[in-house]
Design a protein around this ligand. Structure first.
Ligand SMILES: C[S@@+](CC[C@H](N)C(=O)[O-])C[C@H]1O[C@@H](n2cnc3c(N)ncnc32)[C@H](O)[C@@H]1O
Length: 209
């Protein structure tokens, strides 16, 4: 008997790509071209939450590749499921610590934009050490970015925003591009929540120079 073609066995909704980026090999350095099957620019969102921003952003920019990094399994699962449902072959979900991904797994000068939306602010002084934006982290971020690449930072927390401005200004090799016009950008889940409460957002874009 003739073998059935794969299309007759798989349900029509089966994704033609795996939206999960494996996290089991911690020594791996990502080969973006092999992962996405093209040489399009790569953008990363760190702490992507439920993916409200990145899913829509990736849908709007099919000629760019995206990686949603998030440490909570349930949230990464939601992103992967929705990416598959929406046929977003340009998006991968990765369950790992942002610092590790940026510091160890991204090849140098390989990422065009890094999005950081409403990271945990850790408002108590004794918890400042847990904040994502730290001098060592910015050095790693700069290494991962391509020349002229940018990091886009948004928070609802005024004091954390001031903290990041100080640390970023003191770090070598960055240019402050100020706030960008985000009016047409998709909103993240936390952004929707904060906006519904009438809270302002603070944003700044930093360019690798
Ligand atoms: C306040 S939420 C914001 C989520 C999303 N960016 C948004 O705006 O809706 C922060 C997210 O970052 C994740 N997170 C915190 N620290 C992280 C880290 N070091 N690496 C990866 N994800 C992290 C949390 O699990 C959480 O989902």
């Amino acid at each position: 008997m003739d073998e059935l073609p794969l299309s007759a066995i798989l349900p029509p909704s089966a994704p033609a790509f795996d939206p999960w980026l494996p996290n089991d090999d911690l020594l791996r350095v990502f080969d973006w071209r092999a992962i996405f099957g093209n040489a399009n620019p790569v953008e990363i969102e760190l702490g992507a939450g439920d993916g409200g921003f990145i899913l829509e952003y990736a849908a709007r920019h099919r000629q760019r590749n995206f990686v949603a990094v998030e440490r909570l399994k349930g949230r990464v699962g939601k992103i992967a499921k929705r990416a598959a449902q929406r046929g977003l072959a340009n998006l991968r979900a990765l369950r790992l610590q942002a610092e590790y991904v940026i510091g160890r797994m991204c090849p140098p000068a390989s990422v065009s934009v890094i999005h950081i939306m409403f990271p945990d602010p850790w408002p108590k002084r004794r918890h400042f050490k847990h904040r994502l934006i730290q001098p060592e982290f910015l050095a790693a971020l700069r290494r991962a970015l391509a020349d002229g690449g940018t990091a886009r930072f948004t928070t609802d927390h005024a004091e954390y925003f001031q903290w990041t401005q100080k640390i970023w200004s003191a770090a070598a090799g960055w240019k402050n591009l100020g706030a960008w016009d985000a009016a047409a950008d998709p909103k993240s889940d936390f952004q929707r929540q904060f906006e519904s409460e009438g809270k302002p957002s603070y944003r700044c874009q930093w360019q690798k120079i």
